[in-house]
Design a binder for this molecule. Structure first.
Ligand SMILES: C[S@@+](CC[C@H](N)C(=O)[O-])C[C@H]1O[C@@H](n2cnc3c(N)ncnc32)[C@H](O)[C@@H]1O
Length: 327
C-alpha cells in the first residue's frame, strides 16, 4: 500500500474547512502505511494490481448495491477475471457492491443499517463527515450518495482498506477515502467535522466513555454524532460486560442498555440525544455467503434458543442514536 493512493483525497481535503489538518493526517497515514506490515499485504497488493481496467458507464451510490455498470456487458472471460480477482480480497464483510456485473454479496446487508438511519440524521448535503471504524467504506459511499462534501473513513484493518481501494479503482472518487488509521492515530487536536459516525465500534472499546469523549472532540460545536452499537434491555445503570467471548467475538467489552447509553452521552457533553432505531440482528442481515465463507451469526447463536448467543448471553440487539455536540 502506497501513500500515493490517497493523494487525490488529501488534495480534496485541502480545499475544505479541514485544510489545516491535511498535513497531520497525511503524516499519520504515511506512518501507518510504512509500518503497517501484514502477512497477507503482498498478496492483497497483487490482487489490486491484477484488477482489470474497465471504465464505468454508470455509477450508483444511492441504492442498496453500490457500484458501477459498463456500457456493454463484459465478455465472459473478463467478467470471470474480475470476479476471481475481487475474490482474492475475501472475506468481504460490508456491502453489497455490484462492480461491472459482479455482485459482491457480503456477509452483512449493510444497506439495512443505512435504511434505518438515513432519514433520521441531519441531511448530509455539503457536510464534512468522519466515519470511525468504517470497514471497507460501504456506508461512506452511501454518504457520498447523500451528497456529503467529503467523507473521511478510518479503519485499522488493512484488508478493508484494500477492499476500498479495489472499489475505488472503478468508482474513481476523491471525496471519500478509507485511511488505514485507528481512532487513536488521528491528530490529537483534530476537530471540525459536521457529522461523525461511530457504528459497530463502541462495544470493542475497553473505555467506552473515552470513546464518546473522543468523538465529541472531533465534531464542531453543534455537529451530529451518529452512534450505532450493541445494546441490552435494562435501565440506565445496566451494562453487560461479557465474561469471555460474545457471539464468538473475543474483543467485546461493554454492551449498555439504551438508557445507559443516553446517560453516558449526556455525561460526555452531548445534547438532543434521540434513539432512532433498536433492532435485533437477524441471520438474514448477517450471514455466510460466497464472498464471506467463514462462520457467521447463525453459528454463534444458541441452536435451541435464538434469543441467546452460544455463550448464553442475550442475542445481538443494536441501537442507533443521534446526538449533538454541546457548544
Ligand atoms: C463491526 S465493524 C463496523 C463496520 C461499519 N462501521 C459498520 O457499521 O458496518 C467495526 C470496525 O471497527 C474497526 N476498528 C476496530 N478498532 C478500531 C479503532 N480503534 N479505531 C477505528 N476503527 C476500529 C474494525 O477494524 C472494524 O472494521
Amino acid at each position: 500500500m502506497e501513500i500515493t493512493e490517497f493523494q487525490t483525497f488529501f488534495a480534496r481535503l485541502r480545499s475544505t474547512a479541514l485544510a489545516e489538518w491535511g498535513a497531520a493526517l497525511a503524516a499519520a497515514t504515511a506512518a501507518r502505511v510504512n509500518t503497517g506490515a501484514h502477512g497477507d499485504l503482498a498478496r492483497w497488493e497483487l490482487a489490486l494490481a491484477a484488477l482489470p481496467m474497465i471504465a464505468p458507464d454508470t455509477i450508483a451510490l444511492n441504492c442498496a448495491s453500490v457500484g458501477c455498470q459498463p456500457a456493454q456487458p463484459l465478455a465472459p472471460d473478463l467478467a470471470q477475471r474480475l470476479h476471481d480477482t475481487l475474490q482474492r480480497l475475501h472475506p468481504w464483510r460490508k456491502g453489497p457492491f455490484s462492480i461491472h456485473g459482479v455482485d459482491i454479496d457480503t456477509e452483512w446487508r449493510s444497506d439495512w443499517k443505512w435504511e434505518r438511519l438515513a432519514n433520521a440524521i441531519a441531511p448530509l448535503s455539503g457536510r464534512l463527515v468522519l466515519d470511525v471504524g468504517c470497514g471497507n467504506g460501504y456506508h461512506g459511499w452511501r454518504m457520498l450518495g447523500a451528497d456529503a462534501a467529503l467523507v473521511l473513513g478510518i479503519d485499522p484493518t488493512l484488508l478493508f482498506v484494500m477492499q476500498f481501494l479495489a472499489i475505488n479503482r472503478y468508482l474513481q472518487r476523491d471525496e471519500l477515502a478509507v485511511l488505514p488509521l485507528a481512532l487513536e492515530d488521528l491528530p490529537p487536536l483534530l476537530t471540525g467535522f459536521d457529522t461523525v459516525f461511530s457504528m459497530g465500534v463502541l462495544y470493542h472499546r475497553r473505555s467506552p466513555l473515552d470513546h464518546l469523549d473522543a468523538l465529541r472532540r472531533l465534531l464542531r460545536p453543534g455537529g451530529e454524532l451518529v452512534l450505532e452499537t450493541l445494546v441490552i434491555d435494562g435501565d440506565a445503570q445496566q451494562a453487560l460486560v461479557p465474561p469471555g467471548r460474545y457471539a464468538g467475538m473475543r474483543n467485546v467489552w461493554f454492551i449498555p442498555s439504551v438508557a445507559a447509553l443516553i446517560l453516558w452521552l449526556t455525561r460526555c457533553g452531548f445534547q438532543r440525544v434521540q434513539v432512532v432505531d433498536v433492532s435485533r440482528t437477524t441471520v438474514d442481515e448477517q450471514r455466510t455467503t460466497a464472498w464471506m465463507r467463514f462462520q457467521s451469526l447463525a453459528d454463534q447463536l444458541d441452536p435451541t434458543d435464538g434469543r441467546r448467543t452460544c455463550e448464553g448471553l442475550p442475542a445481538p440487539l443494536r441501537a442507533i442514536i443521534i446526538a449533538e455536540r454541546v457548544n
